[in-house]
Write a protein that binds this ligand. Structure first.
Ligand code: RM4
Ligand code: MN
Length: 388
């Protein structure tokens, strides 16, 4: 029997981090469609993130991307965020947009370029010192397009050396989240292509290095919940970049393409006791809203994750365990599907009402007048960085 009060408490305590870049313009490599009212500054991105938090109650931190969110005074930016009711979350590095990085950043054959890329990682840790951020999120676009273009194994050595330098610079509760991605922009071989590579580098580095799973960064058909279960068992799952995909790294709203997959992932999280923020997993969004309005799309993504989580919490684990133990395949599957097929929207509406929130955050956003206000106030919003 599921304890409904406990389910509601877990849902109220859930935390989801929003990405600053999702509030700004983005696009595909074919076109960036500019939207009116998008943020022009890191402060305006933070203000938008604060709106998402005020309406959902579960998104109290916003991740920054450097250099897109570079400012002179990070203490002032952190104070501004606090005044808006949010905190600065993970610091994302960007070693993929400089001409120097054509043949790689930390894995580049040129030691001077490797130095520049590694220095950027260290700069990001300096920023964490000033914002109080715990997480350094590393994603390397490094890889090669043609067999023979560079030595696969030497590139791993160069990667390990740069990671070591960054790792040794961490203090306090700071940690590294090492993200992987199967392909793109490199097409033949990527230097951190999969969770196994990320995991092996994390183990080599030490306990403060954990894997970040971006749900869009796998081959089609990959069983992501297996990766979740495995990494949790090893104590090496540090974070998610949630988004959804139909084909490759589509960066669509979490839960839009495959809500059942999101449920299966969240079930492994609940099963592993890892939903509680105290466990330390950073549940981030990493999305781009190319054609839809950004703030309500981010709110919708948060709600989709909440719905998947509520269903995962509703799984009758005693009944599931009994069915599994007795080898009752159909019953075990039915127990899981019963939870998935529950309409949890009324339950989440109650959780929001209990927290003094509008039960319908997307509707509340539309009624708030905020969209009209930013369209009027903000002229000349910037891109997140793509094509800039
Ligand atoms: C990458 C990766 C990173 C994100 C950038 C914008 O594909 O997912 O997490 O920082 O995109
Ligand atoms: Mn990502």
């Amino acid at each position: 029997m599921t304890d409904l009060a406990a389910v509601k408490r877990a849902l109220a305590a859930q935390r989801i981090e929003t990405p600053s870049w999702a509030f700004a313009n983005s696009g595909t490599r074919f076109k960036v469609f500019a939207q009116p009212g998008v943020p022009r500054t890191p402060q305006e991105k933070i203000a938008d993130a604060a709106v998402v938090h005020r309406l959902t109650g579960v998104a109290p931190t916003v991740a920054l991307h450097i250099p897109w969110d570079r400012v002179d005074d990070y203490a002032a930016l952190t104070a501004y965020a606090a005044s808006e009711g949010v905190g600065i979350g993970a610091i994302n590095t960007n070693v993929f947009q400089d001409d120097d990085y054509k043949l790689g950043s930390v894995t580049n054959p040129d030691p001077g370029i490797r130095r520049k890329a590694t220095d950027h990682l260290l700069e990001a840790i300096d920023i964490m010192d000033r914002t109080g951020s715990r997480d350094l999120k590393l994603w390397f676009s490094d890889g090669i397009n043609y067999p023979g273009q560079d030595d696969l194994r030497s590139r791993q050595d160069r990667l390990a050396a740069a990671l070591r330098e960054a790792y040794d610079r961490l203090t306090g509760d700071q940690r590294i989240l090492l993200e992987y991605k199967l392909f793109e922009p490199a097409f033949y071989a990527t230097d951190v292509p999969d969770w196994g590579t990320s995991y092996a580098h994390c183990v080599e580095l030490g306990e403060r290095a954990t894997v970040c799973i971006d749900t869009g960064h796998h081959a089609p058909g990959t069983n992501i919940e297996f990766i979740v279960a495995f990494l949790l068992r090893q104590g090496r799952l540090g974070a998610f970049d949630f988004n959804s995909r139909f084909y490759a790294d589509d960066d669509l709203m979490a839960g839009a393409a495959d809500p059942f997959q999101l449920f299966r992932i969240m079930y492994e999280i609940v099963r592993g006791g890892a939903l509680d923020p105290a466990y330390g997993i950073n549940f981030m969004l990493d999305q781009c809203h190319n054609i839809e309005q950004k703030i309500p799309a981010i709110i919708r993504s948060v709600l989709n994750i909440q719905e998947a989580t509520a269903k995962a919490l509703l799984v009758d684990r005693d009944a599931l365990g009994r069915a599994q133990q007795s080898g009752d395949v159909l019953e075990a599957n039915a127990v899981l599907m019963d939870a998935y097929n529950t309409d949890v929207r009324p339950l989440l509406a109650e959780v929001r009402a209990d927290a003094g929130l509008d039960p319908d955050p997307v509707g509340a956003y539309r009624r708030s007048g905020y969209q009209e206000k930013i369209v009027a106030d903000r002229v000349g919003g910037t891109q997140a960085g793509w094509g800039a």
